[in-house]
Design a protein around this ligand. Sequence first.
Ligand code: ADP
Length: 481
Amino acid sequence: MKRNHIAGEWVDGATAADNINPSDTRDVVGLYARADAGQAAEAIAAAHAAQPLWAASTPQQRFDALDAVGSEILARRDELGDLLAREEGKTLAEAVGEVVRAGQIFKFFAGETLRAGGELLASTRPGLSVEITREPVGVVGIITPWNFPIAIPAWKIAPALAHGNAVVFKPAENVPASAWALAEILSRANLPAGTFNLVMGRGRDVGEALLNDARVSAVTFTGSEATGRKVAQACIGRRGPMAKFQLEMGGKNPLVVLDDADLDVAVNCAIHGAFFSTGQRCTASSRLIVTEGIHDRFVAAMVERMKTLVVGDARDARTSIGPVVDAVQLQQDTDYIDIGRREGARLAFGGDVRETVDGKPGFYLQPALFVDTHNGMRINREEIFGPVASVIRVRDAEAALATANDTEFGLSSGVCTTSLKLAAHFKRHLQAGMVMVNAPTAGVDPHVPFGGRKGSSHGPREQGRHAAEFYTTVKTTYVAP
Ligand code: ADP
């Protein structure tokens, strides 16, 4: 059994659970410990005790630790990618890519430790000077979802440690293997015992324990909107000081295809953005907003491309679309396909469930494309989180922009056009944290800010230099001679 890591020790959970391969449900990836609230409290206590030691480390010590973690992740990309594909179901190529990104993130934040600095300003009062410095926030609780089992933990753990915080990390219940592998690497990084703790377990046990404990100064969460709201309420409503919190939640990301778009570019962006990683990305393109002049050609080309997508075992080299992560998510996807049909949308392609592929029982769903949809339908308002996309036909570029922005979310967005003028107009007016011009809405760099607006996000951006906003607190010091 793979155990939790608390106060520098590997410890059994209160219970344990099997980790099941979604490409072949007969394959058990492993047995993983599940902590209860009491063990979460032990991890918090350990982190609280260790944090001052880690905060007192030199930038070189932090650099060396994070750089070594990044190097090991990169060196083991194939092995860790295989494990990730096996537990989560994205294709091997996607999984290896995710592992590489996790390694790059640790390398980036290793560098950040050496670049950290402050500001020195003259005071408005004679003789005084003002220093502005950043300090760690303390103990950071990290709660992550299943769709990026190593990259999201990396982009929260690496900046937390780089900026001198201690960490209690709770991964999603159904993908503990990548989290455990990452924790095992971190356990050998020469951090003071208790600086990094892994507490696998359920949201309502371990997750809530993190939110309610006043020794946790900050909580960073990625997951569903409903849980995100609970996290926010708990961080404010708990006894003692409120926790600082950062939420990354859903998306209903638009990809706009204008009449003058290069058709191949538009289809590539749509296929990649909507269906790769089985559509299970918060940045997935779920609304394909297409102007009249290119609509029919775009739909025909999409259907032709979709016929070439191979749904199968995530670790089979022929596979382009892996399985859905589990039975619960598959049910949600097929429920939304039924809802779309009942709302009057027409399925131009796909949507069939396959109970086996090559004799392997798994959660296989053929990517689905709805046409004849409008932006008021539930399939265009609510996040589905599967390989299901809708085409929304609009009159012209202005109608496309208005439709793109008519959503409660605002994470990513995209436009396909060959016009500089239209590209500039959309870059300026799309209401989203990220805008992609002739590029898929999903797929982002590891060294620049990530995050959204409106219902998609709350709090400062993640990744890149901007991560410091969440993982540090600012001190203003006045010095008289
Ligand atoms: P999804 O499973 O769709 O990604 P969730 O929001 O359910 O989204 O889960 C995201 C993370 O939040 C998981 O690690 C989950 O265990 C955790 N979680 C779920 N419920 C709670 C809760 N009440 N308090 C804290 N964390 C929770």
